[in-house]
Ligand binder design. Structure first.
Ligand code: AKB
Length: 340
């Protein structure tokens, strides 16, 4: 008898850490994780099983399908925006072919099980490409269907995979004998930059915010690669995992789209540095913009409009800028680095 599970790919990543922990705390005991590396020790007690392997390995995915009954997929594995610029073709393979493999797995599962399989896909602010800083600074919060001209391979990959998911959902719904069973239920969230107190991201371009904080907490100087007035929206990890689970649980009939923006606060890099300096007075933060990475951040909106998520599935962040630092990041980071 196959074991019923929720599959989380890329479980060792930032969002994976947060999501596995949150699901476990909510009582979920049927978590199957897949990552290219052995699962971090901090997570290993929280999952039913972990598979070490590559999302490009279709034979491995077939084996997982024969062993498990996968009724929901959180497909988190990806190469992030900065890393993807160095190896664009490799990024395309992981981000697009990998997602295609997982979509196929979800469709096959849905066929075998005879019911809807939910597929949750974290997309990104990187799907946007604002043509200039002047435009970025003069437009209202950007809606889902505006400015979708990404400037990075990662942004192109995420945007295309949103379309793939939408296509697969619609295509298999058309094939199904009845409108309900045998369907893939694809739902995507476009995240802003994310900040976690527990993990330090790697390979992203919004990483300047978490890097500032984690470097200061470890007593290391940090030279930010953006300007002090560079601005994009951010969100803390507890709100990101909250959003994933809220969207996964939302009744299908309430959803008016398959891709949703979510956001919480939008400080400039200088404002983040000031907050970090106030909380950790020894913080040594400087700014030395590096054009390639700064240009990427400049092409992302200063604010995202998340009205649709608020209306359709009750999205509301728990943390604003002040509470994100005062109530979550600073206390948790003091604990992580055992600061006084
Ligand atoms: C990145 O910087 O690549 C990611 C993202 C904004 O999706 N954090």
């Amino acid at each position: 008898m196959r074991k019923k599970v929720i599959l989380i790919t890329g479980a060792n990543g930032e969002v994976g850490h947060g999501l596995v922990s949150r699901l476990y705390e909510s009582g979920e005991r049927s978590i199957l994780t897949l990552d290219i590396k052995p699962l971090d020790d901090a997570l290993s007690d929280k999952v039913q099983a972990h598979v070490v392997g590559d999302i490009l390995d279709t034979a491995l995915l077939q084996r997982m399908m024969s062993e498990y009954e996968i009724n929901a997929v959180f497909h988190l594995a990806a190469l992030l925006s900065t890393r993807a610029e160095f190896t664009p073709e490799a990024a395309h393979r992981v981000n697009v072919e990998g997602t295609l493999n997982l979509l196929h797995l979800a469709v096959e599962q849905s066929r075998w099980l005879g019911y809807r399989v939910t597929f949750i896909f974290p997309s990104s602010i990187a799907v946007y490409g604002i043509p200039s800083l002047a435009i970025k600074n003069s437009i209202p919060p950007v809606k889902e269907d505006e400015y979708c001209q990404p400037t990075t391979m990662y942004g192109c990959n995420k945007l295309y995979c949103e379309h793939l998911g939408r296509y697969y959902s619609a295509y298999y719904r058309r094939l199904a004998a009845s409108p309900e069973p045998f369907t893939l239920d694809f739902r995507a969230i476009r995240f802003p930059g994310l900040i976690s107190a527990v993990t330090v991201p790697s390979g992203g371009t919004s990483d300047y915010a978490p890097e500032m904080l984690h470097s200061a907490a470890q007593g290391q100087p940090y030279n930010a690669f953006v300007d002090e007035d560079t601005r994009i929206p951010f969100m803390v990890m507890p709100d990101a995992t909250k959003a994933l689970l809220l969207l996964a649980a939302a009744p299908a009939e309430n959803l008016t789209r398959s891709i949703y923006n979510v956001t919480s606060f939008a400080p400039s890099a200088g404002e983040i540095a000031d907050i970090v300096r106030r909380a950790l007075p020894d913080a040594d933060i400087s700014f030395d913009p590096e054009s390639k990475r700064k240009d990427i951040v400049d092409s992302w909106p200063a604010q995202m409009d998340d009205t649709a998520a608020r209306r359709d599935w009750g999205w509301l962040p728990d943390y604003g800028l002040t509470s994100a630092f005062d109530d979550y990041l600073i206390p948790a980071i003091r604990q992580r680095y055992e600061m006084a």
